[in-house]
Write a protein that binds this ligand. Structure first.
Ligand code: NAG
Ligand code: NAG
Length: 484
């Protein structure tokens, strides 16, 4: 009886209950983030495990407390045989993200003479013959839905392993699921985004989309967030070695996920440094070609999919507000998506370029005084930031730990803001007041740093040495006589 009464009482007052729950969950999330994600200044003082400053390093690379991209690694004669699990492999049109990263990395490692076997499916989910290109072997193992059939992939894996066994196995995120990874001791996983960071995004999206806490639609998602984190922390140890793509993710894996420090490594993604180059003339041409007024005071640019979770509602509001006080600023928008139309309505201060060919992207970056990335996703590292820096541009971007700990490591590189319109406007004002000359100076700092850290060659060398070190600990020593 009492139970029945209780139930009916609960359901009759379900709305406030849900609101209270969501408030408590939000408060919990906030506390958890505040505890860990300290502001940048504090970040530097607190001497984090994964450092951005260069300590002259001698010793065992497994103890390295910084991104392996920093190392100056020489050529090695020994060749590896590696197995790779990737959710997809790019075919046809050029998709970005994880699959592009995998293809860049493994094409480079195969070119260095290592035998690479990738177990994956084509990105267009259609049927394609396997790829055998020199040392690079891409085995497509799809199920009926076009995603990887793990059993089939393992049949091919064992066949290849029986000839000459693999030295190491690599998986891009959970492409090799954790219950399978448990049976493969020589396995390293690269995390392109972890749930702790995804929760961070969800928090910001919630705060922005529902500042008054009136909507209850996203409650389930918020309520499920913490259990998913717990689940992830429990299954991560199924993988032996962990590679993160930012210093902050490395800190989370050691401090929050409590993985052994020796098994957590940072290797930053790289972009093709032959495609993205500093070229002032190309920038001037691009401006003329696309009608950027010659009296524009500051030319800003944004690139990518023009959708909500890339932060376009924020940039739209902030830019609208800034043009009232600074009519000379100009915004170039590269990409397509629902927000393209709205930008076009902003009038003569904005030019929407649509999708650019990959070859035009470098010219686009060169045409800017400053590159803006308004993303609401603190996980992973947006390649556009690195591309723009490679082209000698300063950046303006949210102050997420993955960015302030790895990319915009101090004010000499650019401008950061909290993901709200007020903070965004304030950062834009700082950049506009600094003006093109100062922006250019910061852009040159970005270029030097990007060239030393974010090139695809640096990334490939780091992964190569990592797998060599996992195969034979002689290679864990740094520097070797062959290193520079
Ligand atoms: C996956 O591959 C296995 C082994 O080849 C096969 O028996 C099974 O039917 C496949 N499953 C799907 C869903 O395609
Ligand atoms: C730039 O020049 C155009 C055309 O001469 C003029 O209409 C516009 O007001 C100028 N803008 C600024 C910010 O000076």
């Amino acid at each position: 009886m009492g139970l029945k009464h209780q139930t009916s009482k609960n359901s009759s007052s379900s709305l406030p209950t849900i609101r209270t729950t969501s408030f408590i969950i939000l408060a919990l999330l906030l506390t958890s983030f505040l505890l860990f994600f300290a502001p940048p200044a504090h970040h530097h003082l607190s001497d984090p495990f994964f450092q951005t400053e260069d300590p002259r390093f001698y010793g065992d690379l497994r103890e390295a407390q910084f991104a392996w991209n920093k190392l100056c690694l020489g050529p090695v004669l020994e060749k590896l045989k590696l197995a790779v699990f990737s959710k997809t492999w790019p075919v046809g049109a050029a998709p970005g993200g994880m699959e592009r990263h995998a293809s860049t990395l493994y094409t480079a490692l195969a070119a260095r003479g290592h035998e690479i076997h990738v177990f994956t499916v084509p990105s267009d989910r259609k049927s394609h013959p396997d790829i055998h290109d020199g040392n690079l072997h891409v085995h497509f193992a799809a199920n009926d839905h076009g995603s990887v059939n793990c059993s089939l992939a393992f049949e091919i894996f064992h066949k290849e392993n029986n000839g000459k066994s693999f030295d190491y196995v690599h998986t891009e995120s959970v492409s090799l699921p954790h219950w399978r990874a448990k049976m493969v001791p020589a396995v390293a996983v690269t995390w392109h985004g972890i749930w702790y960071e995804i929760m961070h995004s969800k928090l910001f999206e919630q705060l922005l989309s529902d500042p008054q806490g009136l909507r209850t639609g996203s409650d389930t998602e918020l309520r499920d967030a913490m259990p998913r984190l717990v689940d992830e922390i429990k299954f991560f140890p199924s993988y032996t070695q962990h590679i993160c793509i930012s210093n902050s993710a490395g800190e989370v894996l050691t401090n929050i996920y409590q993985l052994p420090r020796r098994n957590v490594h940072v290797i930053l993604n790289g972009v093709d440094d032959t495609k993205f180059v500093y070229d002032q003339d190309a920038g001037t041409r691009f401006r003329k070609q696309h009608g950027v007024p010659s009296n524009a005071s500051v030319v800003m640019g944004v690139a990518g999919r023009l959708v909500r979770d890339k932060g376009h509602p924020l940039l739209y509001e902030a830019f609208l507000s800034i043009t009232e006080n600074y009519p000379g600023v100009f915004l170039l928008v590269a990409g397509t998506g629902p927000w393209g139309k709205r930008y076009a309505e902003l009038g003569s201060n904005v030019k929407v370029l649509g999708a650019l060919e990959p070859s035009q992207l470098s010219e686009f970056y060169n045409a800017l005084d400053i590159f803006i990335n308004p993303t609401l996703r603190p996980q992973g590292l947006d390649l556009t930031l690195m591309e723009a820096m490679q082209c000698g541009k300063t950046v303006l971007t949210p102050n997420y730990p993955s960015i302030t700990g790895t990319v915009v490591i101090n004010e000499g590189f650019g401008y950061t803001f909290s993901p709200n319109v007020g903070s965004f406007v304030e950062a834009l004002e700082r950049a506009i007041k600094d003006g093109p000359a100062k922006l250019h100076k910061k852009g040159m700092t970005c270029k030097d740093y990007a060239t030393s850290m974010f090139t695809s060659t640096k990334m490939a060398s780091a992964y190569e040495r990592f797998f060599l070190c996992m195969k034979n600990s002689i290679y864990c020593k740094y520097p070797l006589p062959t290193d520079c």
